[in-house]
Design a protein around this ligand. Structure first.
Ligand SMILES: C[S@@+](CC[C@H](N)C(=O)[O-])C[C@H]1O[C@@H](n2cnc3c(N)ncnc32)[C@H](O)[C@@H]1O
Length: 288
């Protein structure tokens, strides 16, 4: 498979479309089924993902999505001077590139991910042990955060966990629990509008195929019907309701525009589509 060549593949920030022997369908998928499937998918695909996208992500950059919006300029987490000393949880950290940038700013990150192989890449690059910045790597499901109440000042996620879980309200409740009152929660995911379109980088990806209101999960399943990858859609309204219900205030919703300098095609993301329709949504929230 090449990037985005499977009709219907959401190809979130994944390296490719479905595994060769997997079938892409829309069908229900629950919380545990989704976590199990995604852990396996990221373990199997982490090497390819890091090889394909590691250069763009950088070893110690905080990139919010394929548009290339960089936290060093965007400052969605707050002014640079205020990051120093903050206890930060990165949810779905992958190889912990964002946590490494945070550590370089003087913050105290903890990088959490479901995938053992992704965290091995974090160790390879140097987060946690043996590298420049030293910070904890935690292998756990964002749906059950293994931390005490009020133990972080800030939480963030660049396409980690939220697009993949069946029960994002549970993740939001967990983040609200571990975050101190007044702490920021900033995360990015595929813009919900993209779910209406064919997930292709070319002109065929500009045709509406699906109802925006169809929340049926995207599932890749093996020959026995077992999910091997899932992604979950919520409308913008659903996301706001889930966040408010978990105790957050929404301060901003950032929809990065595709910049001229960026010529990359990443799955369904491309300059062509990026200039016409948003590909990423970044929610900036405060725990009330
Ligand atoms: C697209 S990567 C994002 C990581 C990094 N920010 C990047 O841009 O490469 C998505 C990450 O979310 C993780 N993930 C998926 N479901 C998760 C869950 N339920 N809990 C924690 N991490 C999860 C995956 O293992 C993967 O490393």
């Amino acid at each position: 498979m090449t990037d985005g060549d499977h009709p219907g593949s959401r190809d979130p920030l994944g390296a490719h479309g479905p595994d060769d022997d997997a079938e892409a369908v829309r069908r229900p998928a629950g919380g545990r089924e989704s976590s199990r499937a995604n852990r396996g998918w990221w373990d199997r695909n982490a090497d390819e993902y890091q090889s394909d996208h590691g250069d763009f992500l950088g070893d110690a950059r905080f990139v919010w999505g394929p548009e290339g919006l960089d936290e060093a300029e965007a400052r969605l987490l707050g002014p640079a001077a205020q990051l120093r000393g903050l206890r930060v949880l990165e949810v779905g950290a992958g190889a912990a590139q964002c946590s490494r940038w945070l550590a370089d700013q003087g913050a105290r990150p903890v990088a959490l991910d479901l995938s053992h192989r992704q965290l091995q890449h974090a160790l390879r690059i140097g987060g946690g042990q043996g590298g420049g910045a030293v910070f904890p790597l935690v292998e756990a499901d964002a749906r059950a955060l293994p931390f005490a109440d009020d133990s972080f000042d800030l939480a963030c996620s660049a396409f980690g966990a939220i697009p993949f879980v069946a029960d994002p309200e549970q993740v939001f409740a967990q983040v609200a629990r571990v975050l101190r009152p007044g702490g920021r929660w900033v995360f990015s995911l595929t813009h919900p509008l993209r779910w209406t379109l064919a997930d292709e980088p070319g002109p065929e990806g500009l045709t509406i195929l699906n109802s925006y209101f169809d929340r049926t999960p995207y599932v890749e399943q093996d020959a026995s019907g077992r999910a091997v990858y899932t992604e979950h859609h919520r409308t913008l309204g659903d996301r706001v309701r889930d966040l408010v219900g978990a105790g957050f205030r929404l301060d901003d919703l950032v929809e990065p525009e595709w910049p001229e300098w960026n010529q990359q095609v990443w799955g369904g993301w491309s300059p062509l589509r990026g200039r016409l329709v948003p590909g990423t949504a970044i929610f900036v929230c405060t725990r009330v």
